[in-house]
Each structure stands twice: as C-alpha cells, then as structure tokens.
Ligand binder design. Structure first.
Ligand code: FAD
Length: 385
C-alpha cells in the first residue's frame, strides 16, 4: 500500500511518520522549498504529547519542551495575580505533561524523524485525480505521483478540501489579531516555570516557557480584519494597544524583536463532518481549522495522524472502509475542539463585554479546579488516553 501525503507541516509529517511505522509506503510532497512556520511556538497539550510519544519522539520532545509547572492570570493594569495554581493535578489525572515548544524546533524534529531527505520540497499540488483503485496527485510543475490513497494535510487553505466536500467553506475571521514571538526569559516579567496571562479590555498578553531559556509570548487584540501591517512599527502599535497596562507588559513590548514577531489575523472554519471521499482523506487544518484559543489545532492534527494510521493498520476491509472509520472517529472530536475554541475565543476577546467582565471576576475566585477540569476533559477526549 502506498500513501501520497500532501503537506509537510505538523499534520503531514505526523501522518507520514505514523504510516511508515506501520510499514506503509509513503511519499510526502511539500509546496515550499523551506517551511517557515506561521507562529514562533506551540503548546503541545498532553493529548498531542502522547501522540508524539507513540510515534517515537518521547525523549526528543522532552528536550525541546518548556517546563510549565504553574498557571496564572494577572490583572492587566495592576499586574496583580487574579489566580495562580499548580498544573500538577492536570498532569496527574491525564498522565502526561504539556510541552510548549519552538515551532522551528518541532518542525525539524518531525522532518528528521520521518527523513528530511525523503520529502519532495517545492512540489505544489494543483489537483487530484481519482480512479477506481488509485489516486493521482498533479503538481503545478506538471509532474504527478500515484498512490493507493492520498492524505491531504495541505493546511487551512487546502486545495483538496473542496474536492472532498463538493463546496469550498469560507474561513471565518474570529475578530482578533495575534502577535507572537520568542524572547529571553526575564523573571521580572513572569516566572520561568509558569504560563502567565495578563487579561483586560478583551485583550490578553501571554507568556509560556520553551527550552533554551526562552519565553513564547503572544499579544491578542480585537481589531477589524485587513488593517495594514508594518514591521517597523510593531512596538509602537503594541504600546498603543496596551497603553495603561502593567509594567511587565511594557517591558515585554520593549524587549521583542520586530523582525521575528509574527502578526496573524485569527480565523476558523465552521466544522464539517465529511473528512474523506473514496481514497482521499483530509487531515489537520485541511480537515478542521480552529482558532488557537485552546491550543489544540496542532494537537488535533497529531491525533488525526495516529487514528488514520491505526485504522489503515488494524482493518482489512480495504482503504475506503478504513478512511470512513477514521472519519467516524475524528469528525465529532474535531468539531467539538473547534467549537470549544470558538467559545473560549469569544469570552477572552470581549465579543460580549459583559460576559468577558464576568470572566475576569470569576478568575478572582478560581482555584484551578474549574480551569484544569475543562482542560482534562479536552485532553482525555484524545485517542491515546
Ligand atoms: P500547516 O501547518 O498549515 O501545514 C500545511 C503544509 O502544507 C504547509 O507546509 C504548506 O506549505 C503545505 N501546502 C499547502 N498547500 C499545499 C499544496 N497545494 N501542495 C503541497 N503542499 C501544500 N496548535 C496547537 O496544538 N497548540 C498551539 O498552541 C497552537 N497555537 C497556535 C497559534 C497561532 C497563532 C496559530 C495561527 C495556530 C496555532 N495552533 C496551535 C494551530 C496549529 O498551528 C495548526 O493547527 C497546525 O500547524 C496545523 O498543521 P497542518 O500540518 O494541518 O497545517
């Protein structure tokens, strides 16, 4: 059996690694010559970590991951702590740690685990042709590749999605802009072993530790879509949006490197239940595009990869049957993740400011039990309990 994998991001590489481990032949095609991830880092929650462990990356991931032992929310203006609690109860109940990691390092780990030299870079898919017992991927350079199945891990702007669904769903602007990057850890901003988030005015500023004594930081600001972006004014822009915020936030803004700070307008796509058609399967953001508000988009791609490979390995009624079983298991799970993230997004970013203000009040009473309980439920919904 041979699988054609389109996309060499998190989803495509995880799928290729998983299939290869089960002895299924794979060929990975990636559009760009060099992958430049859209964000600086990513939090891999224990459901994602378990998938990477399962795929043989346990030790390597530990090396890359930051130690996030505590979680805290701070008031935006005062900088005072609204709530702070240990993440140990979460780790104990799900049986694994979360690991925030720099994206470039995660991408390198995934490519090296699969075999970087085996990936065909600079191959942009144009369309897919289906036959009774094969699938052919056609690339913009006129070349093609044929396999028994095709895994479309070609991201949120997937060209294969329309062919699977029969229509092209629109991406939905979630109403806020996210700036993210990496800075050296400075404990006058936040403790080195804590996920710290300053909240107020429907905005947030967050810091998570990654390896190499660095913080992954991000700023969220509700803004209209399509504003002009200019790297040279990132710090002034953030100073304006966060005027009146506490001293650690001002210090963070002064420390960021505009050249390596990413600006992303956050989108998602209304969930759909069809993830496969014949011998074609959508995987990762191609199958489910979510806002990053519960940090689960990449983790869900890792879950997809494990489930898809398992269905192909453990069932013998043919490829189409195995893909339908993948769809049956994944569609409700990823719908739930997208909608949970959307709900969190709206509360965090002041869609209805009265609800957001109530959340700020609730945080003052939070012991960690409610927040960690919600996270546990999400994490335990993954395929590797
Ligand atoms: P992508 O990473 O987009 O990869 C798709 C690949 O396919 C790309 O390399 C692309 O070049 C290639 N490609 C595209 N079109 C073609 C084509 N026609 N032919 C060939 N190749 C093609 N997730 C988490 O789990 N935790 C987090 O903390 C988190 N934080 C996030 C923060 C932000 C600001 C954002 C925007 C997202 C975040 N996510 C997070 C989500 C996560 O980044 C995505 O879900 C994940 O990268 C999806 O991986 P993917 O492989 O499906 O898609």
């Amino acid at each position: 059996m041979k699988a054609i994998v389109i996309g060499g991001g998190i989803g495509g590489t995880c799928a290729a690694i998983a299939l290869k481990r089960f002895g299924i032949e794979t060929e990975v095609f990636e559009a760009v010559k060099e992958i430049k991830p859209v964000g600086a880092a990513i939090s891999i929650w224990p459901n994602g970590v378990k998938c990477l462990n399962y795929l043989g990356m346990k030790e390597a991931l530990r090396e890359l991951g930051g130690q996030m032992r505590y979680m805290a929310y701070n008031d935006f203006a005062e900088g005072s702590t609204l709530t702070r609690f240990s993440m140990e109860p979460l780790v104990k109940s799900v049986g694994e740690q979360p690991y925030p990691v720099a994206r470039a390092e995660l991408q390198a780990l995934l490519l090296d685990t699969y075999g970087r030299s085996e990936v065909h870079f600079g191959k942009r898919l144009s369309h897919v042709e289906e036959a009774a017992d094969s699938v052919t991927a056609w690339f913009e350079d006129g070349t093609s590749a044929t396999g028994d199945l095709l895994i479309a891990a070609d991201g949120t702007h997937s060209v294969v999605r329309k062919q699977v669904l029969g229509y092209a769903p629109e991406r939905r602007y979630a109403g806020y802009v996210n700036w993210n990057g990496l800075v050296d850890i400075d404990e006058s901003i936040a403790p080195a072993d804590q996920w710290t988030t300053f909240v107020g005015e429907g905005k947030r500023v967050s810091l998570m530790p990654v390896s190499g004594n660095r913080f992954y930081f991000f700023f969220d600001v509700p803004l209209p879509k399509g504003l002009a972006q200019d790297r040279s004014t990132v710090q002034q822009d953030l100073q304006g949006y966060f005027a009146g915020w506490a001293a650690p936030v001002q210090k963070l803004i002064s420390m960021i490197n505009p050249e390596t700070t990413n600006r992303v307008e956050i989108h998602d796509i209304e969930p759909f239940m069809q993830l496969v058609k014949g011998r074609i399967a959508l995987l990762g953001d191609a199958a489910h595009s979510t806002t990053p508000d519960i940090g689960q988009g990449g983790c869900a791609a890792m879950e997809d990869a494990v489930v898809l490979a398992t269905m192909l390995q453990t069932h013998s009624l043919g490829i189409e049957d195995a893909l339908l079983r993948y769809q049956e298991r994944r569609a409700p799970r990823v719908k739930d993740l997208v909608l949970k993230a959307r709900k969190r997004c709206d509360v965090t970013h002041g869609k209805e400011m009265a609800i957001t203000e109530q959340w700020y009040q609730d945080l003052r009473q939070e012991t960690g039990e409610r927040i960690l309980g919600g996270m546990c439920e999400t994490i335990l919904g993954g395929p590797l309990e």
